[in-house]
Design a protein around this ligand. Structure first.
Ligand SMILES: C[S@@+](CC[C@H](N)C(=O)[O-])C[C@H]1O[C@@H](n2cnc3c(N)ncnc32)[C@H](O)[C@@H]1O
Length: 463
């Protein structure tokens, strides 16, 4: 036995694992007890043979630790399970811990108005304690302390900087806009990334800053003006209307609407309410529209960057893998980012394209920034064979109606829209999961599908 294992022995306090019945009885426990048991379960799971109680299964410890994490940190069990399985056990606890701690306050220098050194000096003179974020960015500053509100200094009002999470720089760095290009930021409000793109273009070219939410385009427009971006056009379409409304872009950024599981430290409401199935569905539709909006003959670009501030596989690798399957004329490129963990190519029985490892994941407990995901695609002209294969696939689907793995999507080239009939199962499934997460008793699918006199009561009875 090595020394580390000896240390673990000293730490480990044997405990009685509650039975499933005891857990369901749900007695209110002292948080300290829950915390200790959570740690102890993690140790058992790290060396099951050695620490497990006789006759108890690994799955029982997993159920217990998930229940304890949910209880201690205040998540619903559905989301806890989803997040727990992304990491090895000990790392999962680090992730949940990190979500309880705020991330550093960071700002991005607006190079359309000033230089980082000048900005830093001006803020230091006002009593702000700051430092460059890291070597990977030449515009970011981390604020440690400030005697003035950092969102209301004269420099802020004059547009010398944007208050922006460090993770938010990443997709724009990956996008790597080139002067004079025509760029679409498909889901852009309130404009943190749009204004960065505009600055990297040095106010040349054109950035279409789109957002489906009209109210949010107000803050987008305000930021565009404050930061002096003269190459930005704000528009208000559902992203799924592209490329019908406009296409032929050199680069497209899709910073997709997501569950926000990477920013729980900022928004604790993520712990309880999110519909992952519907989100993933929307993301898949949007990514195809983003790809189809690119000019595959662009001399300087032909690039799509997909990003989310979420760490779930459904919203990230699964969406990227879907895009690779549906658009044979795209390939993944390295993101060009200096750090980040590789995207998953396998996850809980799902196998993705091996190139998905080129995508990058960022975590609060590893990188001390919000959880984030970035993928970079190159869009190439379609070969005749690919055109034919896609037409054939369209025909097949038309003939076949619904059915098959991707039948939930209508991914025609001109228009990507919801197909309500084909989406029915997905929506019902999503609603069942949401009800379960809220603590309602949800009957097995079979019961729901059977005709019933009062289906709504049957599926929403509180347990
Ligand atoms: C992650 S936020 C974007 C943040 C923004 N890129 C930034 O850096 O400031 C996602 C945005 O997607 C928008 N959105 C949601 N559904 C959309 C859709 N179908 N088409 C376009 N935008 C959508 C939301 O209104 C929200 O502003």
């Amino acid at each position: 036995m090595d020394e580390d294992a000896d240390d673990l022995d000293d730490e480990f306090e044997p405990f009685d694992l509650p039975t499933a019945e005891q857990r369901k009885a749900g007695t209110i426990e002292n948080p300290q007890e829950v915390y200790s048991r959570m740690r102890a379960c993690a140790m058992v799971l790290s060396n099951f043979k050695k620490y497990a109680q006789e006759g108890r299964a690994r799955s029982e410890y997993i159920e217990q630790i998930i229940a304890d994490i949910a209880n201690y940190y205040g998540y619903n069990e559905f989301l806890t399970e989803k997040l727990f399985h992304i990491f090895p056990v000990a790392e999962a606890i680090e992730f949940f811990e990190a979500n309880e701690v705020p991330r550093p306050v960071t700002i991005r220098t607006n190079t359309l108005r000033t230089r980082r050194r000048d900005l830093a000096q001006a803020l230091i003179n006002r009593g702000v304690n700051l430092e460059p974020i890291g070597k990977w960015t030449n515009v970011g500053l981390q604020v440690f302390e400030s005697s003035v509100p950092i969102g209301a200094t004269p420099e802020y009002l004059a547009g010398h900087y944007m208050l922006q999470a460090a993770s938010s720089f990443l997709p724009v760095i990956a996008l790597s806009p080139q002067p004079n290009e025509r760029i679409l930021d498909m889901a852009s409000a309130p404009g943190g990334k749009t204004t960065y793109i505009s600055a990297l273009l040095q106010n040349t070219g054109l950035v279409f800053a789109n957002d489906a939410n009209k109210a949010r385009t107000k803050s987008l427009t305000a930021n565009v003006h404050r930061l002096g971006c003269k190459n930005v056009v704000v528009c208000n379409y559902d992203g799924r209307e592209f490329p019908k409304v406009m296409g032929g872009f050199d680069r497209v950024l899709l910073d997709a609407p997501c569950s926000g599981t990477g920013v729980i430290s900022k928004d604790a409401s993520v712990k309880s309410e999110r519909d992952f199935t519907l989100l993933s569905h929307l993301q898949k539709q949007l990514i195809l529209c983003a790809i189809d909006s690119v000019d595959s003959h662009s001399k300087t670009g032909g690039i799509v960057v997909y990003s989310t501030c979420s760490v779930t596989v459904d919203e990230n690798e699964a969406v990227v893998d879907y895009a690779l399957r549906k658009r044979p004329n795209v390939k993944l490129l390295p993101t060009g980012l200096e750090f980040g963990k590789e995207g998953f190519t396998r996850y809980r029985g799902k196998v993705f394209n091996e190139k998905v490892s080129l995508t990058r994941r960022f975590y609060p407990h590893v990188h001390n920034m919000d959880g984030f995901f970035v993928a970079k695609f190159k869009v190439m002209p379609r070969t005749k064979g690919q055109e034919k294969a896609m037409e054939k696939e369209e025909e097949r689907k038309k003939g076949k109606g619904k059915g098959g793995e991707d039948a939930d999507m209508d991914e025609g080239n001109d228009e990507v829209k919801f197909d309500d009939e084909a989406d029915k199962d997905i929506i019902v499934d999503g609603l069942r999961k949401a009800k379960k997460a809220k603590g309602y008793r949800v009957f097995p699918k079979k019961t729901e599908e059977q005709p019933s006199k009062s289906p709504s009561k049957e599926t929403t009875e509180k347990s």
